[in-house]
Design a binder for this molecule. Sequence first.
Ligand code: PHE
Ligand code: NA
Length: 459
Amino acid sequence: MSQQTREQREQWGSRAGFLMAAIGSAIGLGNIWRFPAEAYKNGGGAFLLPYLVALLTAGLPLLILEYTVGRKYRKSPPAAFRQISRPAEAIGWWQVVICFVIASYYAVIVAWAVRYAGFSFGKDWGKDPEKFFMGDFLQAGSEPGLPSSLVGNVFWPLLAVWIIVLAILALGVRRGIERANKIFIPALVFFFLILVVRAVTLDGASKGLDALFSPDWSALTDGSVWVAAYGQIFFSLSIGFGIMVTYASYLGRRADLTGSALVAGFANSSFEILAGIGVFATLGFMAQANGAAVDDVVSEGVGLAFIAFPAVISQMPLGAAFGVIFFVSLAIAGLSSLVSIVQVVISAVQDRTGMRRVPAVWTVGGLVAVVSLVLFPTDAGLSLLDAADHFINQYGIALAALFFLVVMAWILRRLRPFQANADETSAVRLGVWWRVCLGVITPLVLGWMMVDSLRKEFD
Ligand code: PHE
Ligand code: NA
C-alpha cells in the first residue's frame, strides 16, 4: 500500500474555504478580459440571455457533476475516472496534460501583470504602449543585446510567481490553497470595486456602457452568439479541466454540492458583469478622450490589458494608482486560477504514485515551473503559447468534457446514481432536467462548438 493511501486525504477547513478556492479558480483572466468583449461582440445586453441559458443548462449542471465525482471518489481526475471505468482514466490524463500546458503560460501572463503594475507608477510604456509591449517588452527575452533590466521583464517576475505558487501548494490544501484564497478573493473584490467606481465616474463612461449593454435582439437568432455564450461559460467556470473534480476531492462527505455550485457559479458571473462595466466604462472614456467611437477602441485579451489599458492609464486622472490596482488585480485573479491548475497536475501524480505532498510539489510543480521559465521568455515560446492556447480552448477542453459526458450518460448510464449522490446532501433537488442538460443539451452544444471551430479553421 502506498504512502498516500495510508495518509489521510487532506480536507478543506470549512465550506467557505472550499468556496473561496473554487471561486478563486473560476475568477480569472476570462472574467476580466474575455467576457466584456464577448458580450459586446455578441449582441450586447441581449447576450445576457444566451449567457444565462448557458449557465443554467450547461455550466451549473457540469459543475455539480464535477463536484460529485470529486467528492465521491476523493481522487484527482485520472484516478476518479478510472474508478468509474478503466478506459475513462485516459480522459483524466488528457486533462492533466492540458493543465500542465496551460499552467506554463498562464504564469507568464501573471508575471507580465506584475511587471506592468511596476511600470504603472512611471507610465514606463511611454507614448506608444503598443510598440512598447510588442517590441521592447516581449522581445526583451530573446535578444541578448538588450539591457538586463528588460531581460528581467519576464524572467524574474516569472520566477517569483512560481515560487509563490509552489509555496502555497506546498503548504497544502487547508493551510495553503484555502488560506491564500481567503485573502485573494476579498482583496480582489475590494480592488475591483475601486476600479469600477473610478471607471464609471470618468467622462464618457456612459458612452461605453451604452455600447456594452444596448441590446441587439437579432443576435438571439444567430447560432454563433449561442456558441459564444456556451464557450464563455465553460471557460469561465473552469469546467472540463479537472480542476473542480480535484478541488471537490478534498471535501467532506456531507458537503452541500448543489448549493456550492450555485454560489460559485453566480459569484463568477457577478464578477464577470462587474468587470464588463469597469472595462467598458474605461473604454468609453478612452473613446471620448480621443474623439473616437467606442467600436474603434474595443479590444480583448492581451491587447486590452497590456496595450489599451496602458494607453488609458496614461490619459486618466490618477492613472498611476488606477494602473497599479488594475494590474495587481489581474495578477491576483490569475494567481488563484494558476494555483488550481497546478494542483490538478500535482494531485494526479500523487494519486498515481503515492508521493507525499511536499516532494510532489517541488518535483512535479517544479517541472511545470522550469518548462514555463525556459520556454516562454523566448520568441518561439510566444508563438507556441498562441498555438497551444488556440488548440486547447477550441478543442482540448470541449473534447474532454464531451467524452466524459458521453461515457457517463450513454455508455455507462451513470447519471442517475450521481444525481442521487448529490441530492443526499443538498436541499436543492436536481431532478430530471439535470440529466437532460448533461445527457442531451451539453453534449450537443459541445459537438456543435467543435464543428463550428473546425469550420472557421478552413474559412
Ligand atoms: N476560469 C478562468 C477564467 O475565467 C480561466 C481558467 C481556465 C482558469 C482554466 C483555470 C483553468 O479566467
Ligand atoms: Na471565470
